[in-house]
Design a protein around this ligand. Sequence first.
Ligand code: DP6
Length: 379
Amino acid sequence: MKITCQSPVNIAVIKYWGKENVELNLPTNGSISVTLSMEHIKTITCVESNEQIKQDSLVLNGELVEIPGRMKLVIDKMRNIAIRCGNRQIKYKSESPLESPADPRHFITIKSRNTFPTAAGLASSASGYSCLVYCLSLLYHLDAYLTRTELSEFARLGSGSSCRSLFPGLVEWHLGDSSSTSVADSICDSWEDLDILVCIVKSEKKKVGSTVGMQQTVKSSALFKHRVEGMPAKLETMKRAIIAKDFETFANLTMADSNQFHAVCLDTFPPIIYLNEDSRWFIEFVHEYNRMAGETAVAYTFDAGPNPVLYMRSKYTGDVVRLLKQLVDVTKFKSIRDFNECVTIVNELGENIPKTNIPVEIIHAKCGAGPSLCKEEGI
Ligand code: DP6
């Protein structure tokens, strides 16, 4: 019995940073993210189960690796629920292609592959864990008993941000006050007028992992306390902006939250520095572009790494791509649309945006769907 699924990356616009409970990945604040369409970036996972398999195993990007403790926890939780669900009343129609659920007492082999550099500060754990949880839910028909929001608890146990990747569009991970209430759901399924450019300036493994970084921040940063206090109001404003498709407020809050998150990292002792000179070039580029455009056309955000993710109103995307191709060394451009016909909106930027030789790989995406079954072979 075999299930192959694909799951998207999500990029937070209000960041998760800080754990109230490390073991359960309960956050210190709620967060909001955008789910990215899967044309160029996603995780594909295949889970197989039968009596011949002698032990659980994991092949990650072609390499047999030890199953991490957190992943064992997620698998065991889902197996136990599957055993208990066996004699419960079915509530929903399962999306599983398997006629009957696999036996949760059998071992499994997991093969998983990312179509982007792992640990580049690009939430690979989010697409990875959400994909595994979705695969297992179909393997054991758990979606016949549990809603997607209830399933998001399992993803969160693996990696906090992954609970948001189970949903399409714009997604909120609620702070909650227990393991079963700190879960995700959708704010809205899509935002047609939104384009996303993921800019990879460096694909090395990040220096300070988020789990360790968050702990240091919670322990030592005074600015962090201020951030957490302001969160409920910030989340409310962001949700209202998303529902009203108010790009101006959405973009300004996204940039402000990214800046505050990195300020909190710098306020951590010893400091955590994820941004570099290339990141700063992008920050200045965006502010200058917006000034010349006469409105907030583009926003940046940075996770635990130097790579900018740019959100923009789609009428500007062609123009932004044209300028980036002139100003930086675009080594690869993976698009989902043709920009050849685009009109020039901003002719020239100020002198403080010099041409540089930063090598950048750009991936274009839209706001996308949640996990789905997939037929791809050769993981
Ligand atoms: C900066 O979800 O990777 O990307 O729960 O320890 O696995 P763990 O952390 P993780 O942290 C993501 C942090 C972030 C912000 C965000 O995605 O909200």
